[in-house]
Design a protein around this ligand. Structure first.
Ligand SMILES: C[S@@+](CC[C@H](N)C(=O)[O-])C[C@H]1O[C@@H](n2cnc3c(N)ncnc32)[C@H](O)[C@@H]1O
Length: 443
């Protein structure tokens, strides 16, 4: 008996595993003409499912809510938030301002009996090392971590679904033991969830930020027999230009020192583009301090030895240009610390390449250069991306757009707080994508 049908091409399968293998094929199936009308109807159904009429009965709780990335996504699908919680005062202020809901404070003090009934538990829990005292991977091993509180609430309230987010490294954390423990706890709490979390980044769904995160989706055992595979996403081209404002606050401007240092490195880029000796800058970190250094590398870590050797060879080979450049650069007061290093992550030169039309990030490891298809992941620290073309840093509003927060969202009045909050936040469109799959595509 055939039980599983591909919703795209209509092909039928007896086994779920065959169906999932078909959905996950690299080359996606062709849609027969006669299926097109059906699919269009499906699309209407999916759009209809986005409207409050279909999901307005669903209630969710927003744990570790931050400034409300989950809230925006779930609300856009018509669901209602019945409780939020975050220990950070400034996040709670922003949350209340935008949603009119005062989040509770410390999750560890939240009593299950004080939580209203709800259907979906949402949360990006902080990842901490588990004890593994019991070595079985289970509730005993998560004591003292905030994941314990997620499990405690799941077991106490038995909602239909959960949607959890975490950093990509979660599966590799502590040699995979953390994930084994988390998975076991969720399964033992009465839920079906994938054996490995789903990894997705906003740039894969058309948002110009590279931010790979893991998503753990779960459905209560009694609601489904088996889970359907998560369908692969088709890559969508992106450009940072789609989120840029015409005008940004003056605080985003680059300092004269920054402009001069970028100008110095731009001379290096333009030299190699125009003289044709290289088709790209080296992929290893370019450390100008090492170029003319003579110290012994004995006793240094292997990677450092290698980079020093590569930098010395690069300098020797291109000394005619690099020597006078280095003398000039060292006279510049801004050419200090990590600004003496460049990380070229753009691959081959393209026509018209210039640091003034690429993305730059001042990092402790050097000035990192990337193409402008998408921004590197926003981080909580002060490494705000510089848009070469605009000669300025991204503004808090642009950073909000990279996390798919609407322009109507009220930011924290302090820019440094706002940058930090968005660096910690989830991407709203990615959560929405996951929530749609959770609510309509897992069974
Ligand atoms: C990765 S952030 C989640 C951000 C959120 N998903 C958003 O979209 O803004 C983790 C959050 O957990 C909060 N947190 C840490 N310890 C907590 C605790 N004991 N109780 C409640 N929240 C806590 C932090 O303040 C932080 O905002």
């Amino acid at each position: 008996m055939v039980s599983y049908t591909c919703k795209y091409c209509g092909k039928a399968f007896k086994q779920l595993s065959q169906h999932n293998a078909h959905i996950n094929k690299k080359v996606q199936c062709k849609i027969p003409r006669e299926r097109v009308d059906d699919l269009l109807k499906d699309k209407e159904t999916l759009v209809a499912q986005d409207t409050p009429a279909n999901t307005s009965t669903l209630k969710f709780i927003d744990l570790f809510c931050g400034i409300g990335g989950f809230h925006l996504a779930m609300k856009s699908l018509g669901a209602e938030c019945v409780l939020a919680c975050d220990i950070d005062t400034k996040c709670r202020e922003v949350y209340k301002n935008n949603f009119g809901l005062e989040p509770k404070e410390d999750i560890t003090k939240l009593k299950v009996e004080d939580i209203p009934d709800f259907d979906i538990l949402c949360g990006g829990f902080p990842c901490q090392a588990f004890s593994h005292a019991g070595k079985q991977g289970g509730l005993d091993d998560v004591r003292g971590t905030l994941f314990l509180d997620v499990c405690r609430i799941l077991r106490g309230k038995n909602p239909k679904y959960f949607l959890l987010e975490n950093v990509k490294n979660l599966t590799g954390h502590d040699g995979g033991k953390s994930w084994t423990t988390i998975h076991k706890c969720l399964v033992e709490s009465g839920y079906r969830t994938y054996d490995t979390p789903i990894v997705l980044s906003p740039h894969q769904i058309g948002v110009p930020q590279h931010r790979q995160r893991v998503f753990i989706l779960g459905v209560r055992n009694d609601l489904v027999e088996e889970l359907l595979a998560f369908p692969p996403v088709s890559p969508v081209p992106t450009s940072i230009k789609t989120i840029l404002l015409d005008d940004a606050p003056s605080e985003c401007s680059l300092s004269q020192t920054d402009i001069q240092v970028i100008g110095l490195w731009e001379e290096v880029v333009q030299h190699f583009i125009s003289n044709g000796t290289l088709d790209k800058l080296p992929g290893f970190p370019i450390w100008s301090d090492d170029w003319d250094s003579t110290h012994s590398t004995e006793g240094q870590a292997d990677f450092k030895k290698k980079f020093t050797k590569q930098n010395r060879e690069f300098y020797t080979e291109h000394k005619k240009f690099l020597e006078p450049w280095l003398i000039k650069a060292r006279k510049n007061k801004g050419f200090t610390g990590a600004r003496r290093k460049l990380e070229w992550q753009c691959g081959l030169f393209s026509k018209g390449d210039s640091l003034w039309n690429l993305l730059l990030q001042f990092r402790p490891s050097g000035i990192r250069i990337k193409r402008d298809a998408y921004s590197p992941a926003l981080v909580a620290m002060a490494q705000i991306v510089v848009v070469g073309e605009k000669r300025r840093k991204l503004s808090p509003r642009e950073v909000a757009r990279l996390q798919s927060f609407p322009d109507s969202f009220q930011l924290h009045p302090s820019s440094s707080v706002a940058y930090k909050q968005f660096g910690n936040s989830v991407n709203v469109d990615v959560i929405r994508h996951m929530a749609k799959h959770l609510l309509t595509g897992m069974s």
